[in-house]
Design a protein around this ligand. Structure first.
Ligand SMILES: *[C@@H]1O[C@H](CO)[C@@H](O)[C@H](O)[C@H]1NC(C)=O
Ligand SMILES: *[C@@H]1O[C@H](CO)[C@@H](O)[C@H](O)[C@H]1NC(C)=O
Ligand SMILES: *[C@@H]1O[C@H](CO)[C@@H](O)[C@H](O)[C@H]1NC(C)=O
Ligand SMILES: *[C@@H]1O[C@H](CO)[C@@H](O)[C@H](O)[C@H]1NC(C)=O
Ligand SMILES: *[C@@H]1O[C@H](CO)[C@@H](O)[C@H](O)[C@H]1NC(C)=O
Ligand SMILES: *[C@@H]1O[C@H](CO)[C@@H](O)[C@H](O)[C@H]1NC(C)=O
Ligand SMILES: *[C@@H]1O[C@H](CO)[C@@H](O)[C@H](O)[C@H]1NC(C)=O
Ligand SMILES: *[C@@H]1O[C@H](CO)[C@@H](O)[C@H](O)[C@H]1NC(C)=O
Ligand SMILES: *[C@@H]1O[C@H](CO)[C@@H](O)[C@H](O)[C@H]1NC(C)=O
Ligand SMILES: *[C@@H]1O[C@H](CO)[C@@H](O)[C@H](O)[C@H]1NC(C)=O
Ligand SMILES: *[C@@H]1O[C@H](CO)[C@@H](O)[C@H](O)[C@H]1NC(C)=O
Ligand SMILES: *[C@@H]1O[C@H](CO)[C@@H](O)[C@H](O)[C@H]1NC(C)=O
Length: 578
């Protein structure tokens, strides 16, 4: 007996180990031979009873192990003691084999036994000294090969359907070609007939469900030569379908220092009592990985983000699946007061250099640059840089002429990898700059030129700006061309430069009773753009008559409007010219 040579601590450990494993797992009960025992006489006092241990079945779980068997039984109805101890006796009469498993605390036992012979099993419950109960089972191994229940089941309700994905243990998978599903409304007593067959070994769909009802589902494989038994699985309770979308009530930015922002997202869900929680995903709108997912039971989320654009989805979920998703884009935060200053220079149309003022490489080594044209998805490039305060970026697609690009530089706190691992709290925006690879001149003209405050010698002209994308460069201002000559238009016409910020100008020193022809064009660093069509405006004739009558009319309108509005008429407030 060589274990006698083992040192004491090992033995002690061995005893403890044995003790704990028997406690934790009844499967470790070891058999003793009972070949010499006459079972019918030894357990002669035990009876079969509906109240006692019952429903003993033994089977061969497919692929458990070469000779693996399992027996399960149902305990007596009224437990006498907190823990029951069962005795299981397995016989193969043909070969006079008998094994006894005593003191089993659970209601199942696995064991090894030849699969070549029929077997008989007896289970005894002697925990009540006054009444020992027993149950017997016999069978032939070929008919006892059991497959299932499924090891993993995914449920997903949508559009009044339930999609079921069932998978089985690896050993069973290759023998299970199909399965069937029975289901009933939670409150109903009976299963719907007939059960529904799966499409393949994996997927099954139940249709025509009532979205607002809960269902109970059971799954079993379809028996064949290899799987001779297919028991129904446990009950899967399927809560009602989540048919509503969450509604976003608030997505609000709270800019923080150093190019970050706190975004607070609040939502509402109509059928909130059916939702177990909410799943929120956030990813950069540029498409850069990753998309981070957060589960929460609240309807509020706080995220620390950079000034980039993000896509956000919110779905409610329960055991039956997900609600439709609410989607939102969190636009880039357009903050002119970013703390950093960027420069971008172009090296042909396939590359640019981004540089920054501060000595960022002292603090950071991971960066990301994003660039986009207005309204379009941003391109992105992350890079590692610890030598220069600039980086040359090579492009896959050429930069376009005459289009305004926005470039932003983000810093990332973590080295290696420079790619984002998380979205929340892992990037801040250093600076942003707008630039054209090449500027062009405006391709449309200022519109709707009107005049107001016309007098004998002056008038105020107003116009609408050229649409932003038609400028094709940074708008530097307007050329206002005007002349009293109505026909021959020459290039020596007087012109006035109006700065880009205004869309009105007062012409002075005009002649009275004269028609002026006016044209406007916008200009960029690439030059003057398209001229508007001509507009004609006439100055007032000389003399006071007309002006006086205008004043009288204005005074009258003022009086009438005050009477109509019920205000005191005798007011010293002078009439306001429109
Ligand atoms: C076992 O015991 C029963 C009843 O006591 C008896 O009828 C039977 O003959 C015995 N069997 C053997 C093999 O001894
Ligand atoms: C069952 O357990 C009891 C008490 O724990 C013990 O006395 C008895 O010997 C055990 N029986 C077997 C067969 O191990
Ligand atoms: C059955 O035998 C296998 C080896 O063939 C062994 O690994 C396994 O533990 C045994 N199972 C039981 C319950 O004794
Ligand atoms: C095994 O049991 C089956 C029925 O369960 C029976 O048809 C068959 O004859 C038995 N085989 C032997 C060898 O007893
Ligand atoms: C679904 O079930 C609800 C609650 O029982 C019932 O009011 C409703 O009429 C059912 N809808 C359909 C389409 O059967
Ligand atoms: C499944 O649920 C039904 C009631 O809906 C119940 O009668 C049955 O016992 C349950 N079966 C299991 C295995 O839990
Ligand atoms: C969120 O919950 C769902 C459903 O319980 C689960 O599948 C998913 O893995 C969870 N996601 C996270 C990020 O915890
Ligand atoms: C995101 O990060 C901020 C700052 O660390 C933290 O306050 C917030 O709870 C985080 N949000 C989530 C959903 O983890
Ligand atoms: C990019 O530049 C190359 C060489 O300067 C030129 O041939 C090509 O047409 C340009 N591509 C575009 C789309 O502007
Ligand atoms: C950006 O470029 C301009 C003009 O080339 C230069 O004056 C300025 O110093 C540059 N700024 C940085 C941060 O490199
Ligand atoms: C000019 O004004 C009219 C009427 O106010 C408006 O419908 C039109 O869109 C304007 N055109 C431009 C180019 O602004
Ligand atoms: C504006 O007028 C000056 C002379 O007054 C002329 O040299 C210049 O070309 C004119 N510019 C435009 C855009 O007409």
């Amino acid at each position: 007996m060589h274990f006698l040579h083992k040192p004491l601590p090992y033995l002690l450990f061995g005893v403890l180990f044995e003790y704990f494993t028997t406690l934790c797992s009844p499967l470790q009960v070891s058999p003793v031979s009972c070949g010499s025992k006459n079972i019918s006489s030894y357990y002669g006092h035990c009876v079969t009873s509906q109240e006692g241990v019952r429903e003993l079945v033994c089977f061969v779980p497919l692929g458990l192990s070469r000779n693996g068997w399992e027996c399960v039984w149902t305990p007596r109805k009224h437990l006498v003691y907190q823990t029951h101890r069962y005795t299981l006796i397995i016989e193969q009469k043909m070969i006079h084999s008998c094994k006894m498993y005593a003191n089993i605390s659970g209601t199942s036992q696995t064991f090894n036994l030849s699969k070549k012979r029929n077997m008989t099993a007896h289970v005894f419950d002697e925990s009540d000294p006054k009444s020992c109960t027993k149950n017997v089972f016999s069978g032939s191994p070929q008919q006892l090969v059991r497959c299932g229940p499924p090891s993993n089941v995914d449920l997903n309700r949508h559009s009044r359907q339930l999609d079921i994905q069932a998978s089985w243990r690896r050993e069973e998978n290759k023998y299970i070609a199909l399965y069937s599903v029975r289901y009933k409304e939670l409150k109903s007593q009976s299963w719907k007939e007939p059960p529904v067959k799966s499409k393949d070994s994996n997927r099954c769909t139940l249709g025509n469900l009532n979205s607002s009802l809960s269902y109970v589902v059971q799954i079993q494989c379809v028996a064949n030569d290899k799987c001779t038994q297919c028991p129904w699985s446990k009950n899967f309770t399927v809560p009602p379908e989540l048919t509503d979308k969450p509604v976003m009530e608030m997505v609000e930015d709270f800019p923080q220092t150093k190019g970050s922002r706190l975004v607070i997202i609040k939502w509402k869900f109509a059928a909130s009592e059916l939702a177990e929680g909410y799943s929120v995903t956030v990813g950069k709108a540029s498409g850069e990985d990753p998309i981070e997912a957060f589960n929460t039971s609240r309807t509020l989320l706080r995220l620390a983000l950079s000034h980039s654009a993000y896509h956000l989805t919110i779905t409610a979920f329960n055991k039956a699946g997900n609600s439709p998703a609410a989607q939102r884009t969190i636009p880039p935060l357009d903050d002119k007061d970013l703390y950093g200053r960027l420069n971008v220079t172009f090296n042909g149309n396939m590359s640019f250099t981004v540089s920054w003022v501060d000595d960022l490489i002292k603090t950071y080594s991971c960066f990301s640059v994003e660039w986009w044209r207005r309204g379009e998805k941003a391109a992105h490039k992350s890079f590692y840089e610890d030598e220069n305060n600039y980086e040359v970026i090579h492009l896959e697609e050429p930069l376009e002429l005459y289009k305004k690009y926005t470039f932003t530089l983000h810093t990332r706190p973590h080295k290696e990898p420079c790619n984002l691992k998380f979205i929340n709290n892992s990037e801040s925006t250093y600076g942003s700059i707008q630039s054209f690879f090449t500027e062009g001149s405006p391709i449309s003209a200022p519109g709707n030129i009107t005049s107001s405050n016309v007098s004998q010698s002056s008038m105020v002209l107003e116009w609408t700006a050229v649409p932003e994308e038609d400028n094709r460069g940074f708008l530097l201002g307007y050329f206002l061309h005007y002349t009293e000559r109505l026909q021959d238009w020459t290039d020596t016409e007087p012109n006035i430069t109006v700065d880009a910020g205004s869309t009105s100008y007062e012409l002075v020193d005009l002649q009275s009773s004269t028609v002026y022809r006016v044209q406007l064009s916008a200009f960029t660093s690439a030059g003057m753009g398209v001229r508007s069509s001509a507009a004609y405006f006439e100055t007032k004739p000389e003399g006071l008559l007309v002006d006086l009558s205008t004043v009288v009319i204005l005074q009258l309108t003022y009086l009438i409007s005050h009477i109509l509005n019920g205000r005191p008429v005798l007011s010293s407030v002078p009439p306001q010219h429109p």
